[in-house]
Design a protein around this ligand. Structure first.
Ligand code: GLY
Length: 363
């Protein structure tokens, strides 16, 4: 008979796996329940580690949390690489911010205006300066900047590495979808099931679909030197090189429920923007189209902490576009809460904000 574990983690995305690894390092017996169903966000995430570049809703608590995460990523990546022996594709060569046409400069400036006041250096570049940094950029690129501290990681390799690092410490992975907290017996139960979390604990988390396209250069030619955050005809797009000859084009933001079918319209929109920025991509092969479901909340902030009214149950979800970036700090804080009861989680992320005052007061 299987022993009741100290911790059961429901959901094997980057955050669940990171908490499992952290807890196992402290000597706890950990089980992770996960069924790899289409839409798992971190199976698709492009892996941009850029606190403000995707801060569509720049809440101060979230931005501060994201900056802390960014500062912690180099050490986390080094530690995870050493523990797993897996190269994470962690690139620290900065992000180019590119306005495609002259009319896109205002949109780009608006997107990045709130960088001021944060420790996110960004050097303005004109068209020549951009192409000096990235010769593959189109002649139409009108200006932008270079954000040296915005990094990139291969999120799918991070997942593999977290799994391997946990496995080496005895984490048990159970290939099963858990549909109710009552199905699992453990000292503590943590829900990290992303957009599917509401089926386990009642918080208003909704899926925001993101489609990505993976392109492959058949000639194996040199890839992009830097990640590129572009604005093309007012619409943002993100390009990142992978493994030398692949490029990820990301990502749509669609409110279409749990529909995980890639759409021709999204592929078309992503590729038009990608080719406008980097014309050579037109000759690349479409290697894959993928859809991930980001977990969003009404205030676009994470839900992290104890589940009210359910002793021993915890939740960590709602990281929306930032799950990969926030995974290390989220894992450290959740591990602290689970293991020592130490609640260092920002108050803005409390699960209690979604419960009626009467209900939480009586518990
Ligand atoms: N972090 C990637 C995205 O949400 O588009």
């Amino acid at each position: 008979m299987t022993r009741r574990p100290d911790v059961a983690v429901i959901g094997g995305g980057v955050i669940g796996l990171a908490v499992a690894w952290r807890c196992a390092r402290l000597g706890l017996d950990v089980h992770v329940y996960h069924e790899e169903i289409p839409g798992t966000a971190s199976a698709v995430a492009p892996g941009m580690l850029a606190p403000v570049s995707e801060a569509d809703f720049p809440d101060p608590a979230l931005l501060e949390f994201a900056h802390e995460a960014r500062r912690g990523w180099p050490a986390f990546a080094a530690e995870l690489t050493a523990a797993s022996g897996i190269d994470l594709g962690y690139a620290t060569d900065g992000l180019l911010l590119v306005a495609h046409g002259v009319e896109d400069r205002a949109r780009l400036a608006a997107m990045y205006g709130f960088r001021d006041g944060f420790d996110v250096p960004c050097t303005p570049l004109d068209a020549d300066g951009l192409r000096a940094r990235e010769p593959l950029l189109s002649a139409g690129s009108s200006g932008g900047g270079f954000a040296t501290e915005d990094h990139h990681v291969d999120a799918q390799r991070v997942r593999l590495a977290l799994r391997a690092a946990g496995q080496a410490l005895g984490v048990r992975y159970v290939d099963r979808r858990v549909r109710s907290l009552d199905e699992v017996s453990a000292g503590s139960v943590l829900v990290t099931a992303g957009a599917w979390s509401p089926s386990l604990c009642d918080f208003p988390v909704t899926p925001v679909r993101g489609q990505v396209v993976l392109l492959r250069d058949p000639s194996g030619g040199p890839g992009l030197r830097h990640g590129i955050r572009g604005v093309v005809r007012g619409e943002p797009v993100y390009l990142a090189g992978r493994d030398g000859h692949e490029t990820i084009v990301a990502a749509t933001l669609d409110h279409t429920g749990f529909d995980v079918r890639p759409s021709a319209q999204a592929t078309d929109a992503l590729l038009r923007k990608a080719v406008a920025l980097v014309p050579a991509l037109a000759g690349h092969e479409v290697a894959a189209t993928r859809v991930g479901l980001r977990p969003d909340t009404p205030d676009h902030l994470p839900v992290m902490g104890r589940v009210p009214g359910r002793p021993g149950a915890y939740v960590c979800t709602g990281h929306y576009r930032h799950g990969v970036l926030l995974a290390p700090v989220a894992a450290d804080l959740m591990t602290g809460l689970l293991v020592t009861g130490d609640d260092g989680i920002p108050a803005a992320f409390t699960p209690r904000r979604f419960r009626p005052a009467k209900e939480t007061a009586s518990r």
